[in-house]
Design a protein around this ligand. Structure first.
Ligand code: SIN
Length: 537
């Protein structure tokens, strides 16, 4: 299965193509250079425009006095609600501290406590203060700055901006040996070209734009995951869409990227209040306002539903030095007319993070040889049914390094791509973007049921019949969103239980028989298939 696009009018080549310029892509690119491989770094907008720079809270790693990878593992496994792959979690928590030290050596500067040690804060699901942060609440921006500086200093990394990847190219033996991509103004009049390589790494980040309200930027349309699906790669755990509990509520009519109010604000003492001004989290979980993210999001949703109100409140008036500690959040609250030092902040859940993605092994390789996936686009198994706060930047650092090492150790010869044969091609009309997002938020959001999911699937099927023959970024993006929305709804329908961030009103309990991963694949004719896999505990 491929997207409908013009024939490539130009060709470029490198040892490794890295698609995406967030923490996962930049780390993979720099480590591939350390192994002396030439790198083509392809990014959809400007190089610093991905999700990473929006990350507020930080990076979790067992670096504080008395903390251990084992304790970090325990918190990760609890948040993951029985679906984490133990080997992936072990890799994450044991290689995490060294990966963070390497990031610091690459120039990232983290906030310090008065003692001069790195300051560590706490977020939901952590039993210890183990979150490093930078610029108060601008951790992603600092990580991005440091890694980009290193990339710009390396002449062995060619960067192509404004490049949307379209589909994978494969050699005669089925190995991925490049991609087709569209670069505004490049090559032929259509701008479609091909990039060839000995390995391709997808690091395109999240897919939050599948929903109407999200913390993700507009570029987060899951292009890499959709490309991998069409290339025949298996995806897993895609039903586990994490809703961040505290996104600044402005108006139900607001769509697209919404301002995040980091969990770290609760880590520094802020408390959730309901519409009557009462605290409610202590009655729900021993960690109260710092319970794992899925539990807080669900309780906020319940409170909103019962009281028929569109948001809850966050009382951050007791947070010490709010302006100094959370300058980004302070600015976004003030620009929306709320002074968090004196006023309550209206908050509601919004889609935030895909805990699943393209199924990969511990070296980041997908089920299609030559195709690697890193960061939010991947499903390493480290997050299970619900990612632990601030484990995502860490995953990009740890697995980016492993991927480069693996590519360098098993470097394939460059091969020529073969033609597509009679593979089906599709392109969906860009006008379906908003109806798709509304249908997903309505029927496959925080709480789902068989009825809501079947209705959403029917809407998706109907929207999927609106084809266009006019290739372009909007049409490719919406086609990608449609593939991903379909995968999410299919898995969510299949999983007849509630677990982690998958919450079914018709199956409220977690059921032991569902302690398995749902794996989906797309065939070359566009048909879907699912299988199950036991999770390594
Ligand atoms: C936050 O700052 O609350 C988000 C951190 C994360 O998603 O891990």
């Amino acid at each position: 299965m491929k997207l409908f696009a013009g024939a490539p009018g130009w060709t470029t080549q490198a040892d490794v193509i890295v698609i995406g310029s967030g923490v996962a892509g930049l780390t993979t690119a720099l480590n591939a250079r350390a192994a002396n491989l030439s790198v083509l770094l392809v990014t959809k907008a400007l190089i610093d425009e991905g999700s990473t720079k929006w990350a507020q809270g930080g990076i979790a790693a067992a670096l504080g006095p008395g903390d251990t990878p084992e304790e970090h593992r325990e918190d990760t496994l609890i948040a993951g609600a029985g679906l984490c792959d133990i080997d992936a979690v072990n890799v994450l928590v044991t290689e995490g501290p060294e990966a963070v030290r390497k990031l610091i050596a690459r120039g990232a500067v983290f906030d310090k406590a008065e003692s001069g040690e790195i300051a560590l804060t706490r977020e939901g699901g952590h039993h210890r203060n183990r979150i490093l942060h930078a610029g108060g609440d601008a951790t992603g921006a600092e990580v991005s700055r440091a890694l980009l500086a290193a990339v710009h200093n390396d002449s062995g990394i060619e960067v192509i901006e404004h490049a949307l990847v379209i589909d994978a190219l494969k050699s005669v033996d089925g190995r991925v040996c490049g991609v087709t991509l569209h670069v505004i103004g490049a090559g032929s009049s259509t701008g479609v070209g091909r990039a060839l390589a000995r390995a391709v790494v997808i690091a395109t980040g999240g897919l939050g734009q599948v929903y109407s309200q999200t913390t993700n930027p507009s570029v987060s349309t899951g292009d890499g995951v959709a490309l991998a699906l069409r290339a025949g790669a298996a995806v897993a755990d895609v039903e586990f869409i994490q809703f961040h509990p505290t996104v600044l509520w402005r108006d139900t009519a607001q769509a697209g990227q919404q301002p995040l109010i980091s969990e770290a604000v609760r880590g520094e003492g802020a408390i959730l209040l309901n519409h009557r001004g009462e605290k409610f989290m202590a009655a729900v979980h021993p960690q109260a306002d710092l319970a794992p993210r899925d539990i807080v999001a669900k309780e906020i949703f319940n409170q909103m539903r019962e009281a028929h109100v569109p948001h809850m409140w966050l009382d951050a008036t007791s947070v010490k030095d709010f302006v100094g500690r959370f300058p980004t959040i302070y600015a976004s609250c003030m620009s929306n007319g709320i002074d968090p030092k004196k006023q309550l902040i209206p908050v509601a859940p919004a889609s935030h993070y895909a805990s699943g993605g393209v199924l990969v092994d511990l070296n980041g390789e997908s089920s299609v040889p030559g195709l690697y996936v890193c960061g939010e686009s991947a499903c390493t198994g480290a997050h299970g049914a619900n990612r632990l706060a601030s484990n995502s930047l860490l995953e990009g650092l740890v697995f980016g390094a492993r991927i480069s090492e693996n590519i360098a150790a098993h470097l394939a010869e460059q091969s020529e791509p073969v033609g597509d044969g009679d593979e089906a091609r599709i392109l969906i009309d860009p006008s379906i973007r908003i109806p798709l997002q509304l249908a997903m938020s309505e029927g496959a959001g925080v709480m789902r049921s068989e009825k809501s999911l079947r209705a959403t699937l029917a809407t998706l099927e109907q929207l999927g019949t609106r084809h266009t023959e006019k290739p372009g970024v909007d049409a490719w993006e919406v086609s990608n969103l449609h593939f991903l929305a379909t995968a999410i709804v299919r898995s969510a329908l299949e999983r007849q239980e509630s677990r982690g961030s998958h919450w079914r009103s018709d199956f409220l309990e977690t059921n032991q028989i569902w302690q398995k991963r749902i794996i989906q694949k797309l065939d070359i004719d566009g048909s879907w298939s699912s299988t199950f896999e036991a999770v390594k505990q």
